[in-house]
Write a new protein. Sequence first.
Length: 320
Amino acid sequence: MKILGLIVVAVVGLVGQCHGALQVGFYNGKCGTKDVESMVQGVVAQRFKSDNTIVAALLCLQFHDCFVSGCDASLLLDGTSSEKNAPPNLSVRGYDIINQAKAAVEAACPELVSCADIIALAARDAVSLAGGRSYAVQTGRRDALFPATNVNLPGPSISVSQAISAFKSKGLSTNDMVLLLGAHTVGVTHCPLFQNRLYNFNNTGKPDPTMNPTLASQLRTVCPNASPPQNTAVNLDQNASSAFIVDNDYYKQILSKRGILQIDQALALDSATRTSVMVLAASNPLFSIGFGNAMVKMGALQILTGTQGQVRKVCNVANG
Ligand code: HEM
Ligand SMILES: *[C@@H]1O[C@H](CO)[C@@H](O)[C@H](O)[C@H]1NC(C)=O
Ligand SMILES: *[C@@H]1O[C@H](CO)[C@@H](O)[C@H](O)[C@H]1NC(C)=O
Ligand SMILES: CC(=O)N[C@H]1CO[C@H](CO)[C@@H](O)[C@@H]1O
């Protein structure tokens, strides 16, 4: 047992060093005179002009990639049991933007820039295009060789304490979680994921009392009580003028009982998170800075660095 303990300590030590290998500007000077970060930014900016929903797509993609088996682009791999094919990914889009950015950097400098780094860079660029604050992204991740098999993402009705444990198990604090859920300031969900709140909450035969009754009644017309439910999309941020903006409006909405997912609303009510929600609702700069820091922290989860994994040639297939 003692030897096993020592091995565990040694392995944990190594993992710690790997994390240390991530650095801001890892690719600086490695692609001749070309700047790989601005190549990625160019692709994201071009797409954003015609489709501002890519902000939500890219944020969601980074969360799903990092949370399942670490930020290793395993999400992007084709494969039957992959994250890509698992039910929670119904909402994950944006693969084509990553592929396009990859093609651009690959043309300039083959097998240099990992798909995992492109995800992190593209999400940052999207945040900044959508009115959020830019942040320095650490790079130097490498890509997984295999798709993840154990896809286990939190569902919309998870409790705050369960969510706190899930984030804690990844090394993320309650405060990180409150900040990261601020990503729900953009994007959409679909009727089946919150319809229980509109008609028969928790088997009470009544709507969720923590939802603003006017909002609940509006949403009942958008999501009729049909079986199977309609799959209509509904904005996560119910302020129409900020639904595509990365700002602290999400926190204001949930304090006004206008959260859509059960977890969003619960965040504003649970004593473990309510104070942070109020602080963030009161200050967009605090949110913007904190969100960037939390994204950097999430972007370092269980990464591969150095000689681990590989740098894929294309993001949906591992190199042969
Ligand atoms: C407890 C944690 C979380 C839960 C339970 C959760 C759950 C969900 C659910 C159920 C949806 C709607 C999916 C659909 O209707 O198709 C969603 C959407 C979304 N989530 Fe989360 N999420 C969590 C954390 C995060 C984090 C940490 C991020 C990013 C940093 C994130 C970013 C997004 C975005 C941007 C969307 C909108 C996607 C789109 O419009 O395509 N979520 N989330
Ligand atoms: C749902 O109902 C159960 C049993 O009445 C109760 O213990 C629980 O707190 C309720 N959950 C929510 C989210 O209201
Ligand atoms: C809605 O969003 C706009 C634009 O960001 C903001 O000025 C306004 O205060 C928001 N309204 C509410 C009720 O939060
Ligand atoms: C279950 C499900 O719909 N999975 C989807 C995940 O993403 C891929 C690529 O966009 C879709 O083809 C799958 O249908």
